[in-house]
Ligand binder design. Structure first.
Ligand code: SAH
Length: 399
């Protein structure tokens, strides 16, 4: 980084969150934004009194104008700093690999002080996704660092998140180096179950590794159980339920591609396809149908996509969560369980509990929280950035 970087000044009284090391600087907090500030530029941010606060990377097209990278005036943003952070992040995941996982999140954006970079490892493939203009500038460093850490791995890019558009970046996907992945690969979870992963066309980088702990939880609740797995994607919860001895499992999703992978996954894991149904249906409609028919299950799983994309649609999102939870709770037999989740960063644990509580009241169900669930350890949470604790869940017993 040359010394001729822009210095951006915060408006008076706006330095609090940066002093607490929250990494996002919104345009409104800045006194002015130079008209020739380019996407991805390194900048220095100072308080209204001129005191150093951080070095960051600029995204002038986004609402988050700067993402802080270094809070130490002596540590500037260099290739070596980014490479170091990646190496640090990878070494932090050792325990998750040691548990028998071949699918592990290696870099978790803000959680690893690398805002805008997600990287997952699936067997011998590294898949990365760059979502900020700042990280985009370090693409070659990112590739080189993964090549050094994992010389035998291929690298695939899935930089096709919606947030890229807000940064003025075009989507980009494809092989970065090495070989092209097959349409479906199977990745070992906790040394026991193989999860189907579609790197090229699946959601995100191919799988939802964040739900690992909760899938194991589902397994422990599945002995002789009738299980409804809503928003099943490639059937991870269903596979673990079968492993745990489920009598019958229904996987419901709107995606044909995801359901076909879920089916293949049952066969690959030598589990009994005769105990499974794969339903291409809208979950909202299916839950209503089943409630009307008076069907009951021992275990209902609700793992919907992120309903709250922005503060503007938070209310609507809450209604969505409440709807599925009300219907889901009605379908649980007395003595059974609901496992319910939200992956919206904007819905915090207290709000989520309130939503589920209201849903139980509406459903006329007496529910008790037996455990709280969360994203697994490789989806690292940043202390100063609570939004990175995005995935929360509740195990509810129906009395
Ligand atoms: N539980 C999964 C991840 C779920 S991701 C796992 O452990 O891997 C959310 C899924 O919901 C996606 O597969 C998406 O296709 C599906 N989906 C989104 N809206 C839906 C709807 N209204 N009805 C059914 N499925 C839906």
């Amino acid at each position: 980084m040359s010394d001729s970087i822009y210095t951006l000044t915060l408006n008076e009284g706006r330095e609090k969150s940066l002093l607490r090391r929250h990494p996002w600087i919104f345009s409104k907090a800045l006194s002015s934004i130079p008209s020739d500030l380019s996407s991805g530029d390194s900048v220095k941010v100072v308080s209204s009194q001129g005191e150093f606060l951080c070095y960051g990377l600029a995204s002038p097209k986004s609402q988050i104008t700067v993402r802080a990278i270094s809070f130490d005036e002596n540590i500037k943003i260099t290739d070596e700093l980014i490479a170091d952070r990646i190496r640090q992040a990878v070494s932090l995941r050792k325990n998750v690999f040691d548990r028998g996982n071949d699918g592990v999140r290696l870099v978790s954006s803000e959680g690893d002080l690398l805002p805008g970079l997600i990287a997952d490892k699936y067997n011998e493939f590294i898949v990365y996704s760059i979502s900020s203009a700042g990280m985009e500038r370090f693409k070659d460093v990112i590739t080189k660092t993964f090549n050094e850490i994992y010389p035998n791995c291929s690298i695939y890019e899935r930089s096709d998140t919606k947030s890229r558009l807000k940064e003025g970046l075009k989507p980009r996907c494809g092989v970065v180096c090495g070989k092209e992945p097959d349409d479906c690969i199977y990745v070992k979870e906790e040394g026991q179950v193989y999860i189907p992963v579609d790197i090229k066309n699946g959601h995100k980088t191919g799988a939802y590794l964040d739900q690992r702990l909760s899938r194991i939880k589902a397994s422990t609740l599945s002995k002789n159980a009738e299980v409804l797995n809503c928003f099943s994607y490639t059937g991870g919860f269903g596979l673990w339920a079968l492993k745990g001895g489920a009598k019958r499992i229904e996987n419901v999703d709107v995606s044909e591609n995801a359901l076909s992978k879920a089916k293949a996954g049952v066969v690959f894991n030598h589990l009994d396809p005769g105990r499974c149904r794969f339903l291409k249906k809208d979950v909202f409609a299916y839950l209503r149908e089943q409630v009307e028919k008076g069907v009951k299950y021992d275990l209902v799983i609700l793992d919907p996509p992120k309903f709250a994309e922005s503060a503007a649609n938070l209310k609507k999102a809450c209604r969505g969560y409440q709807d599925i939870n009300r219907l889901g709770l009605k379908l649980v037999r007395k003595g059974g369980r609901l496992l319910t989740f939200s992956c919206s960063g904007l819905v915090d644990s207290a709000l989520f509990q309130k939503i589920v509580s209201d849903a139980a009241l509406d459903a006329g169900v007496d529910g008790r929280i037996i455990s709280t669930l969360r994203q697994d350890a490789d989806h690292v949470v940043s202390l100063p950035c609570p939004e990175t604790f995005y995935l929360k869940g509740l195990e509810i017993a129906v009395m």
